[in-house]
Ligand binder design. Structure first.
Ligand SMILES: *[C@@H]1O[C@H](CO)[C@@H](O)[C@H](O)[C@H]1NC(C)=O
Ligand SMILES: *[C@@H]1O[C@H](CO)[C@@H](O)[C@H](O)[C@H]1NC(C)=O
Length: 566
């Protein structure tokens, strides 16, 4: 990921922008799969015509004539593979019009690429299509002092689920116990490209509990919290800035690595096996600074279906940067993270109320082809600066609402950065839930609200709040006369004050609470105006949860404490 030069960037933007324009003009234009790079979307060839002559559309046809979806274009078989363009794009009857959902949205194929891919009759026609992903270039890893360590999952069956998170732990017993190391880069080893979506490795010491075999896990691996490297689809590898490295080895408190995979298996196939991993590059010649990861962004997203443009913002305020940073930090790299509906994103750095610069200005965001911005020289962020994240989503291909969540078909809105010195950042995340700052999070408390009050069913404060509300208010049905006074009282509680009420209500389903919590929040709203829109919906099935699940999950829902790339 160190080699995405300006030129590549511009070329990428030029072709992608051209295709972006075309996406709206054709059915299912924003999710045509790449013919030979599993999990990648196909961004087409844009306007460039490699054969010379006038500009072509992504089907390889005269752009001037076929710049929009017409019945004529729909009935053509541009790539000569026996399927009409309409059949390939989910509009077999040629009835689709711009802005509407196509008749079909599965089994989409590219109308400019001969199918079936790899067959004899298509070999020549498809010669120009490249299946290569980027090559990893990193000067730092070639030194005599650099050793490599390859960590791979044992061959493991991929669950027949759209999204799975799988963890496995590795012992770093190849390292000398009394030496200090820096981790200065990593390169993915992708075994099953059909399912690999991203890899996050975190480090911990021997007091964490190891896994003897790969197991399903959530975004945050309990006990193994220090993010060390991230790979996500489309990145050739990670190359750390020459003056910094991630502390590694026993003296740094890292003797064990948790490797987490995000597998995506939308067809729910039962026959996939994967044994991917990462090659890590480490050195004993320590660099000047220790590096770490930082995440900022929005954890409350509700994106209605069928919308061409939904804008979500999140501000890491001057108060928050003062709270989480003890001195200036320097950003080395940055990139944006949304999921499939992501369209554009940027993180802006501001000082004294004025914009200093854009950090990650993706005019065209693509989930499977993230642009990694390298800052050379690194960008200084001072305590008191603010970071504003803007995410633009596009949901024209969806018929249901997308929300914030871990699954590939849920959405996210994060800016992810590597920085040095690691010691200057007390807490490596600055997130919001809607306009509520989550940077005050510590332990299990946020804005003076101890989340254990809601999670621990035998907590006395919880029992007091719950009986106050449920004794005076209806969980189902109208507003009782004694209810408003009871509500006014409980809303003094730090967990229910102002925006905290909506926040707690939103995160409770994630920790899997019981029916009494559903009744509690329903009763809390029983005296609200009838036309008040519900800000929250119970997106997960409500189930009784034991304390353990709740404690593990709390670290998940506060997202991004350790989570880098959900
Ligand atoms: C790892 O190191 C060995 C021995 O120095 C070398 O032969 C090999 O090419 C390296 N592997 C990678 C992926 O760089
Ligand atoms: C739950 O609350 C009870 C009562 O305050 C306390 O004894 C117990 O330790 C708490 N459990 C957890 C997991 O915090």
């Amino acid at each position: 990921m160190c080699n995405l030069g300006v030129l590549t960037l511009l070329m990428l933007m030029a072709t992608a922008t051209a295709f972006r324009f075309y996406q709206d003009e054709i059915p299912n234009g924003d999710h045509v799969p790449h013919p030979c790079k599993p999990n990648y979307l196909w961004w087409g060839v844009g306007h460039a015509n490699p054969l010379g002559g006038g500009p072509k559309n992504p089907f390889g046809q005269d752009f001037a004539r076929y710049h929009s979806w017409t019945e004529e274009l729909c009935r053509l078989d541009s790539d000569g593979d026996g399927m009409t363009n309409g059949q390939e794009l989910g509009d077999p009857n040629c009835v689709w019009t711009k802005g509407n959902l196509p008749q079909e949205s599965t089994s989409i194929t590219h109308p400019g690429v001969c199918d079936p891919w790899g067959s004899d009759q298509c070999r020549i026609a498809n010669q120009a299509v490249t299946c290569e992903t980027g090559e990893f270039k990193c000067d730092g890893i070639n030194g005599q002092d650099v050793m490599n360590i390859t960590l791979r999952f044992p061959p493991t069956a991929v669950p027949a689920e759209e999204t799975s998170y799988m963890c496995f732990t590795f012992e770093l017993d190849m390292l000398e116990e009394d030496s200090e190391y820096h981790l200065i880069g990593s390169k993915p080893f992708i075994d099953n490209a059909n399912v690999m979506h991203h890899i996050v490795i975190t480090g911990c010491d021997a007091t964490s509990s190891p896994l003897s075999k790969p197991e399903l896990c959530n975004m945050a691996a309990a006990g193994c919290q220090k993010t060390l490297q991230v790979w996500t689809l489309g990145m050739p590898g990670e190359c750390v800035y020459r003056e910094a490295g991630f502390k590694f080895g026993k003296l740094a408190g890292i003797t064990r690595i948790n490797m987490q995979f995000h597998w995506t298996n939308p067809q729910k196939r039962t026959d996939y096996i994967d044994s991917s991993g990462l090659t890590l590059f480490v050195t004993k010649q320590l660099r000047r600074y220790n590096a770490a990861y930082f995440t900022t962004g929005q954890t409350h997203l509700v994106i209605p279906p069928g919308m061409p443009r939904v804008v979500k913002k999140s501000t890491c305020t001057p108060e928050c940067t003062r709270l989480i940073m003890s001195e200036s930090v320097h950003l080395m790299t940055g990139w944006n993270h949304m999921h499939y509906l992501g369209y554009q994103q940027n993180v802006e750095l501001n000082r004294n109320g004025e914009k200093l610069r854009d950090l990650t200005p993706d005019d065209v965001y693509s989930y499977d082809n993230p642009i990694v911005y390298e800052y050379n020289p690194p960008v200084e962020v001072r305590p008191g600066d603010s970071l504003e994240t803007t995410c633009v989503f596009r949901s024209t291909s969806r018929s249901t609402t997308a929300r914030y969540g871990e699954g590939s078909f849920d959405e996210m809105c994060f800016g992810v950065f590597t920085f040095y010195p690691a010691e200057a950042m007390v807490q490596p995340s600055c997130l919001t839930w809607d306009d509520l700052d989550l940077c005050t999070f510590s332990g299990t408390s946020i804005n003076d609200c101890d989340l254990m009050v809601f999670i621990n069913q035998s907590h006395p404060e919880r029992q007091r709040l719950f009986s106050k509300v449920l004794d005076n208010c209806n969980a189902y049905g109208g507003c009782r006369s004694e209810c408003p006074a009871a509500l006014a009282e409980v809303r003094q509680h730090p967990c229910l004050r102002g925006r905290m009420e909506a926040y707690i209500e939103d995160i409770m389903p994630v920790v899997g609470t019981g029916l009494d919590v559903v009744k509690f929040f329903s009763a809390l709203e029983s005296c609200d105006c009838v036309d008040k829109p519900h800000t929250s919906t119970w997106k997960y099935p409500v189930s009784g949860a034991g304390g353990h699940t709740a404690v593990v999950s709390i670290s998940i829902l506060l997202a991004a404490f350790t989570m880098m790339l959900p």
